[in-house]
Design a protein around this ligand. Structure first.
Ligand code: GUN
Length: 288
């Protein structure tokens, strides 16, 4: 069994991005500029955005954080999105999700200019992905594909079972995995899937993205399968200072001995998602 080291792989990719930024600067171009919009004080969102900003610094990007309190109006967010869309100094920006309930997330996503949508959430970018056109691919699916490629995990003709059909992970990943060049045969399972265990047991590659800690158990895994765990649920823990730790969707201890490759949580997919955001921002910077 090989433990997939997302931290190490993401450090390698960041070094490659930093090199490209150096080149851009040497050619007299500006460093890419990412703006993150953060609403409220959700613990997970605070952590993710802090990592995104820190990673920008690491690779030499310019970054800006715009903060709003929970009681911000939808119109105020829309006004900010409009400003960022029209600011030539900004290459790409993200509005961190989830947003408070009184704000329509889809409306915000659709207000972002597709050219600056480095999250790849805009329907235009999702549509371009479906059509096999060049686009901003959302961070988690793109990070997963990078991990599979860097660890030389065979995908052509293999059965990839994705558990979860979210617009952010499961659905775009299903499209990427079946694209020419990756060539997997893809099944998407969800809350209404019948015989889920039996289906997952036929998988060569399992991607668990449902947010249910320990959902994938050893009896659901074929000997030699590769496992990608996207789950990051915070569970109470006496082992950490914070009082919580991240738990994946896979029962790691019992599943790991059966598989060929597995991602840990934390340190697997998580660090890769930030790399994908950086890659998209670099691409946006080069498009300027
Ligand atoms: N919330 C959880 N993941 C993401 C992400 O990739 N982008 C944004 N904007 N919000 C998120």
């Amino acid at each position: 069994m090989t433990l997939i080291d997302g931290k190490k792989t993401s450090a390698e990719i960041k070094a490659e991005i930093a090199e490209q930024v150096k080149q851009m600067l040497a050619e007299g171009k500006k460093a890419p500029h990412l703006v993150a919009v953060l609403v409220g004080h959700d613990g997970g969102s605070e952590t993710y955005v802090a990592h995104k900003i820190k990673s920008c610094e690491e690779v030499g990007f310019k970054s800006t954080l715009i903060r709003f309190e929970d009681n911000v109006t939808e119109q105020e967010i829309l006004n900010t999105v409009d400003k960022l869309n029209n600011d030539p100094d900004v290459d790409g920006f993200i509005v961190q999700l989830p947003l408070p309930k009184h704000i329509n997330e889809q409306k915000i996503i659709e207000a972002v200019s597709p050219n600056k949508d480095v999250d790849g959430f805009h329907p235009v970018n999702l549509g371009r992905l479906v059509a096999g056109l060049d686009t901003f691919v959302s961070a988690t699916p793109s990070g997963i594909v990078d991990l599979l490629k860097r660890y030389k995990i065979e995908t052509a003709g293999k059965h990839c079972v994705i558990i979860g059909r979210s617009n952010i992970v499961g659905r775009p990943l299903s499209i990427l995995m079946s694209q020419k060049g990756i060539d997997a045969t893809v099944t998407v399972c969800h809350s209404r899937t019948e015989n889920l265990k039996e289906i997952v047991r036929t998988a060569d590659i399992i991607v668990a993205a449902i947010g249910k800690p320990g959902f994938v158990t050893a009896d659901m895994v074929k000997e030699g399968a590769a496992i990608i765990d996207v789950g990051t649920t915070r569970v109470a823990s006496t082992e950490t200072k914070s009082g919580w730790k991240l738990k994946g969707d896979v029962d790691f201890d019992n599943v790991a001995p059966k598989c060929s490759f597995i991602t840990p949580v934390p340190g697997g997919v998580g660090p890769m998602t930030i790399c994908s955001l950086l890659k998209n921002t670099l691409k946006a910077g080069k498009m300027r």
